[in-house]
Design a protein around this ligand. Structure first.
Ligand SMILES: [Zn+2]
Length: 283
């Protein structure tokens, strides 16, 4: 069931970002090998291309558990990323723990060599994206028990606003902590969650600029980091526009689509960066 109608601005964002999972029209079938190669390539770390069309050589894996976090759904083999991403997650978890916010459940980063995934995400390809779940009171669990974990949505589907029985100050503080790290390019959350953040924070608002409304993202938020230093093949997404993003663009997500807006043709999947073929084949 579609939880959100799409306003005109949101529709434009969808067309340009090509991020919604499963909507890209491929020029061929996805190479399964990106998913089946389960070890990073040897050699120095190289981030190639963009989060939606790229790959990573020499990726590092996130330890399955650590201070203030546990990684979930490990059997997917999607806990690989740039060392900066691993460091970002560990630092966020430690800061959340120090503030007694709870334990973070860490979802997908990327495949061992990044690249496109056959299901689940259109981005997460170059080792700089990570999903962090909003639920903060999950107890420490054995790895197998973290496979089928059902984690709660923070949004009430009927009101299209956050569910006050689940969305608390702890979740708001977590997103603020996550966004205030200077390594962050943007964070995707449900429009209802962005709205709740906009209504809550009337003092320091600079970080709100990086928190962007997007489809889904009701049970987790998606952090995208900037290209780390020394990665000339990495391509950043444009920074978000100036301002806190709490105005008409956000509200367009709550509006019905204009009548002229026919279902957009899914963008064609772009050609992958040439350097990624060698990353996939490398030892
Ligand atoms: Zn994500």
């Amino acid at each position: 069931m579609k939880a959100w109608t799409v306003g005109a601005t949101a529709l434009a964002a969808l067309l340009t970002a090509g991020m919604a999972a499963g909507t890209l029209a491929g020029t061929g079938t996805l190479p399964q090998s990106w998913q089946t190669v389960r070890t990073p390539s040897a050699g120095p770390v190289r981030v190639i291309g963009t989060p939606a069309n790229g790959c990573i050589a020499g990726a590092q894996s996130l330890p399955p558990e650590g201070e203030g976090y546990q990684a979930i759904r490990l059997s997917r083999s999607r806990h690989y990323g740039h060392p900066t991403t691993v460091d970002y997650i560990r630092s966020l978890a430690a800061r959340a723990k120090a503030r007694n916010l709870g334990t973070l459940q860490i979802g997908d980063i990327g495949q061992a060599r990044g690249g496109p995934m056959p299901w689940g995400h259109a981005s997460h390809q170059n080792g700089l994206d990570v999903d962090v779940w909003f639920e903060l009171d999950v107890p420490p669990l054995p790895r197998e028990a973290r496979e089928g974990l059902e984690l709660a949505s923070m949004v009430d589907g009927a009101t299209k606003r956050v569910d006050p029985t689940r969305w608390t100050e702890a979740q708001a503080e977590l997103v603020r902590l996550a966004a205030r790290d200077p390594r962050v390019n943007r964070i995707f959350v449900s429009p209802a969650i962005k709205l709740a953040l906009c209504e809550r924070h009337d003092l320091d608002r600079e970080w709100l600029r990086l928190v962007r409304p997007w489809f889904g993202h009701e049970a987790h938020f998606h952090v995208r980091l900037n290209c780390p230093a020394g990665q000339p093949e990495c391509r950043d997404q444009e920074p978000p526009p100036a301002g806190d993003g709490c105005g008409s663009e956000l509200m367009s997500w709550f509006e019905p689509p204009p009548p002229a807006a026919a279902t957009p043709k899914p963008p064609r999947r772009p050609e992958p960066p040439a350097a990624c073929a060698a990353v996939l084949e490398a030892p």
